[in-house]
Design a protein around this ligand. Structure first.
Ligand code: G3I
Length: 316
């Protein structure tokens, strides 16, 4: 086996990548790099409710099962993303149904998905992006119809379906100090004080090459001190186009600093990049004027960011 990121990572740290299952099924080079470099995978979209149950009561497990099979065949862990979100919901979901009907649908969805992958998925993003940028509860169909207790319910239902799974709350924009990070810290504290099985916090870390979140190390540290596992769940570092060598070096520095923080925190158990090749990155379509956010370029050649991570891991 060629030396790769997964070879040099410490035992307790899963080094993962989000996977576009279409790319997995169509590109040999994609499969090769994914299997060689990463000890964990996350479904970029395949385990979202809208992808899993496009028609009520008719689950389509083809893509998610394919990813789990690939992971098992390559000795990789599977990180489940995501049980409760306000995006990529099935079109058939009643947005104004009765509270009890919607709550029962959510319970059934969580129970169905977590049960199917019990023992195969080591961790779940039980809820994703439940906070607004100002730290208030995000105004979603779940909050409106079920009230704030939907978060605790989701964690309890997931835990009942797989008591072994490590359960995370996942969000963006809470990596560094600020209102959202403070709100997330308080929310997790309240949930755990109420006995809700929240085991970890996922920091998406969709970052830019020219800046770092302020006070990220201290922020991560307080969550670790509170007894939570930490996960960097969706790291990518977008570059303002056009790409230059200097910008790629800047990007490498951001990747390296985030991995260093994860290595410095024993509570950090997962470091996942959101896609590993520029060929399939979500960034250009969602952040106009930015791109080149991944470790490998669109021709699957390693970029300075990959080398920076590999060097950091080999020098430990
Ligand atoms: O699978 C369908 C396909 O059948 C259809 O032909 C095609 C055109 O409509 O759409 C395909 O689904 C797309 C899906 O990606 C799979 O490629 C959805 O339209 C598209 O909205 C979806 O985008 C994903 C987005 O989440 C919304 O689910 C991005 O790839 C993915 O990178 C992004 O990831 C999110 C995390 O889940 C949460 N954190 C933020 C992050 C970036 O937005």
């Amino acid at each position: 086996r060629e030396p790769a990121l997964r070879t040099f990572a410490p035992q307790h740290l899963r080094v993962g990548a989000a996977v576009d299952v279409k790319a997995l099924n169509t590109h040999e080079a994609y499969r090769k790099v994914l299997a060689r470099e990463f000890s964990a995978v996350t479904a970029e979209s395949a385990m979202k409710w809208g992808q899993l149950e496009p028609r009520r009561g008719q689950y389509d497990w083809a893509s998610s099962d394919r990813l789990v099979e690939f992971a098992v065949a390559n000795g990789q862990s599977v990180y489940g993303h995501t049980l409760v979100w306000h995006t990529d919901l099935p079109a058939w979901l009643p947005r104004d149904g009765s509270r009890e009907e919607l709550r029962e649908l959510l319970r059934e969805h969580i129970t169905t998905v977590v049960s199917r992958y019990r023992g195969k998925v080591w961790a779940w993003d039980v809820v994703n992006e439940v906070l607004a940028d100002d730290g208030s509860m995000r105004d979603t169909v779940w909050l409106r119809e079920l009230g704030p207790d939907y978060v605790a319910d989701a964690f309890r239902w997931a835990h009942a379906a797989d008591p072994q799974a490590v359960l995370f709350i996942n969000d963006y924009g809470a990596e560094g100090r600020g209102a959202k990070a403070d709100a997330l810290y308080r929310l997790v504290g309240r949930l755990r004080a109420a006995g809700v099985p929240v085991h970890g916090v996922g920091f998406q870390a969709h970052l830019r090459a020219d800046t770092m979140p302020p006070g990220m190390e201290q922020n991560l540290g307080r969550f670790a001190k509170a007894g939570l596992r930490l996960a960097v769940t969706e790291l990518d570092v977008r570059v303002r186009l056009p790409v230059t060598e200097k910008k790629l070096e800047q990007q490498a520095g951001v990747y390296r600093r985030v991995l260093q923080m994860c290595l410095d925190q024993p509570a950090c158990v997962s470091f996942t990049v959101w896609g590993f090749t520029d060929a399939f990155s979500w960034i250009p379509g969602y952040h106009r004027g930015y791109g080149a956010a991944c470790l490998y370029d669109s021709g699957f050649a390693a970029k300075p960011a990959y080398t920076a991570l590999r060097t950091l891991l080999t020098q430990r």
